[in-house]
Design a binder for this molecule. Structure first.
Ligand code: ADP
Ligand code: ZN
Length: 666
């Protein structure tokens, strides 16, 4: 079991930021200093806390009262401090809120610096009757703590703060050596040849065209003379474009593995740091390291983090630091000779927003597109990831490929691992079909929420809602064919209907309209059955609105707005506040969007009321079984008219699979 898991785990590159902090904790130090400072302030604010008196009040009432034991005049503060006789303290007790006043001074007063206090006080005291006279002491207060705080403790505190706040950044810039002076070093992870994590083309399933493209790079790295002898120049870099998880990193690693050269891996976002100039310096460092190790492959993931088109959105959103980094990258790519043996592969899922300068000849002059795998490719990927898994006898792999439309390679790897874990949890000998189905459900919808409390009333509403989606999509020929529908709550959702996306490149207006009708089918079902609606349609409505807006403003599918597209492939308008159309057009767009959605609503209402019987049957079946598959829909409504019949598709095996199955048997 252990071994299986190892083979399946996705490479993880986390961890380097999460090292536990060892040794001295700087935070403790800061707290200590803060507490010391507060203690000092508290002690000087005086536990005795003398009360303030006006000089006139002191002169006329207090000095003559006979309660004064001594008067201290602090020359440098122009302040007189009055100490009371022990016997007189009771008289003033209520001034201190009932508490016993401390040893003194008990009162103080302030005089102006024009007032010659020493002389005046002496004469004043002498003029008093003998029995109330008291000594007058003149002092200068020298504070020892004040200067210490000011000159030593305060700067110390600042210094400590500086260190504490810099620390996380040091970690970011750290790498092995750490230290604040290393922020400019690149943090590329180096996979040496000696590392036994060698990836080859055998580990990369499908992607035939992409593999073909990169094979040339492998060939060059292995045998550069063959190319240079003829005067040919090898591309310095290639850009891998495709959605996340489709194996771009894997492909780059396989190139390095096949050519048996070192592989530097770094993410575009690693270049972006809050310090000015760090990104550029990291780029420089990366290329320096790479040149030392040449021939080698440098892989930059998510290159759009630095490679976004420059200065389209000039003004307050422009990011000079990113531009500097990008400029440095361009300079470095120009800087090394094309035959130096360093090849740069970069990955992105949005090639359209990249700066055009990156794509110029001599830089990333090749684009390799990596798409989500199709049926046959998914089968291949499953085969790669099922290598280490013990399958139940008679297991059909092609079934898995059919059940996972729209899955990326990473999702498939995840399904295989999850299925093995589920089977292990159930103490099974081998992994079975049901384990894979559970794994797929889990990856699509999140964890099953058995504990979620749903009243029978709600459950019925949910069943009707989902049955609404299912019925409309089954009966409208242009909607995506339904694969299955469930009312098991998972993650955030209470139920779900899954469709088989036809693997198509273009979508027609009719398809869009039918899909929108299916999307609103849930709400329409609630209207028909309950006569009232619920919040359960939130995500449906969100999707619907987005799609309708896309139809009108991107695809030019509305007659009133016409063949206009406000789509911006450069991504530069992401931040803009102004719309590229007039107020009048904006109103028109809103009207058209509303009309489209009303049309979808009408279609769904028509379909559901005309097929009320079947729809109710389906809802009852859902309530009973919680999961309903496309076969059950066929039993209720008959085979699908027009469009794709998922059952037919699930039944028939693709030619290649049959051929291979025979081969394996032979
Ligand atoms: P990307 O870089 O495109 O986001 P990765 O290369 O990191 O994707 O892929 C993640 C994981 O998905 C890989 O480690 C691999 O296990 C699996 N995978 C993706 N595509 C394929 C494929 N074509 N063949 C085999 N495994 C794949
Ligand atoms: Zn819904």
């Amino acid at each position: 079991m252990e071994e299986k898991k190892k083979g399946l785990q996705r490479p993880q590159n986390g961890g380097q930021h999460r090292q536990p902090r060892r040794g001295f904790n700087w935070f403790t130090m800061v707290y200590l200093v803060l507490i010391l400072g507060m203690a000092y302030m508290w002690s000087t604010s005086g536990t005795a806390s003398p009360l303030k008196k006006e000089w006139m009040d002191v002169k006329e009432n207090m000095l003559t009262s006979g309660d004064v034991e001594k008067l201290v005049y602090v020359r440098n503060e122009h302040k007189g401090e009055i100490y009371l006789k022990q016997s007189a303290l009771d008289k003033y007790k209520n001034l201190y809120g009932g508490r016993e006043p401390k040893a003194g001074p008990h009162f103080y007063f302030l005089v102006s610096d024009k007032f010659d206090a020493e002389e005046q006080l002496d004469t004043l005291v002498e003029s008093l009757p003998k029995e109330v006279q008291f000594p007058v002491v003149v002092e200068e207060h020298k504070s020892y703590w004040g200067p210490i705080i000011e000159w030593i403790l305060f700067p110390l505190m600042l210094l400590l703060m500086f260190f504490v706040f810099m620390r996380p950044m040091r970690n970011m810039g750290g790498g092995a050596g750490g230290g604040i002076f290393n922020v400019g070093k690149s943090q590329a992870k180096l996979y040496e040849k000696s590392n036994n994590v060698k990836v080859t083309f055998k580990d990369v399933a499908g992607m035939e065209e992409a593999k073909l493209e990169v094979k040339e790079i492998v060939d060059f790295l292995k045998n550069p003379k063959k190319y240079t002898a003829l005067g040919g120049k090898i591309p310095k870099g290639a850009l891998l474009v495709g959605p996340p998880g489709t194996g771009k990193t894997l492909l780059a690693k396989a190139v390095a593995g096949e050519a048996d050269v070192p592989f530097f891996s770094m993410s575009g976002s690693d270049f972006v740091e809050m310090f000015v100039g760090v990104g550029a310096s990291r780029v420089r460092d990366l290329f320096r390291q790479a040149k030392e190790k040449a021939p080698c492959i440098v892989f930059i993931d998510e290159i759009d983090a630095v490679g976004r088109a420059r200065s389209k959105n000039a003004g307050f959103t422009s990011n000079d630091e990113r531009e500097n980094t990008l400029n440095q990258l361009l300079t470095e790519m120009d800087g090394f000779g094309s035959n130096s043996g360093v090849i740069i592969l970069a990955a992105t899922n949005r090639a359209d927003i990249l700066d055009k300068a990156l794509m110029r000849a001599g830089r990333f002059d090749r684009q390799i597109h990596v798409d989500l795998p199709e049926l046959k490719e998914r089968l291949e990927i499953f085969k790669v990831h099922l290598r280490g898994i013990k399958l139940a006898p008679g297991f059909q792999i092609d079934f898995l490929a059919k059940q996972t439309p729209g899955f990326s390679g990473a999702d498939i790897a995840n399904v295989c691992n999850e299925a093995a874990l589920i089977a292990a949890r159930k103490n099974k000998e081998a992994v079975e079909k049901q384990d894979f189905l559970d794994a797929i459900d889990r990856i699509v919808g999140g964890l099953e929420r058995k504990s979620k409390i749903i009243t029978p009333e709600e459950k019925k509403t949910i069943a009707h809602h989902e049955a609404g989606h299912a019925t409309v999509s089954w009966l409208l020929p242009n909607a995506n064919p339904l694969l299955k529908v469930t009312i098991i709550p998972r993650g955030q959702s209470l139920g779900a209907a899954w469709y088989l996306p036809e693997e198509r490149q273009l979508t027609t207006t009719e398809q869009m309209m039918d899909e929108m009708a299916a999307t609103i089918g849930g709400r329409v079902a609630e209207e028909l059955v309950n006569g009232r609606i619920s919040t359960g349609a939130l995500s449906d409505l969100e999707k619907l609105t987005k799609q309708a807006y896309a139809m009108v403003t991107y695809f030019g599918m509305s007659d009133k707005v016409g063949n206009l597209s406000y789509y911006d492939s450069t991504g530069a308008r992401d931040m803009a506040f102004s719309k590229p159309y007039s107020e009048k057009t904006a109103e028109l767009i809103d009207d058209e969007v509303k009309r489209l959605i009303e049309q979808a609503h009408a279609t769904a209402t028509k379909v559901l009321s005309e097929n009320r019987e079947g729809f109710e049957k389906l809802a009852a079946l859902l309530l009973e079984r919680e999961v309903v598959f496309s076969e059950d829909l066929e039993v209720i409504f008959g085979p699908r008219k027009g469009g794709v019949d998922p059952n037919k598709m699930l039944r028939e095996e693709p030619e290649e699979v049959k051929a291979e199955a025979e081969k394996e048997e032979a």
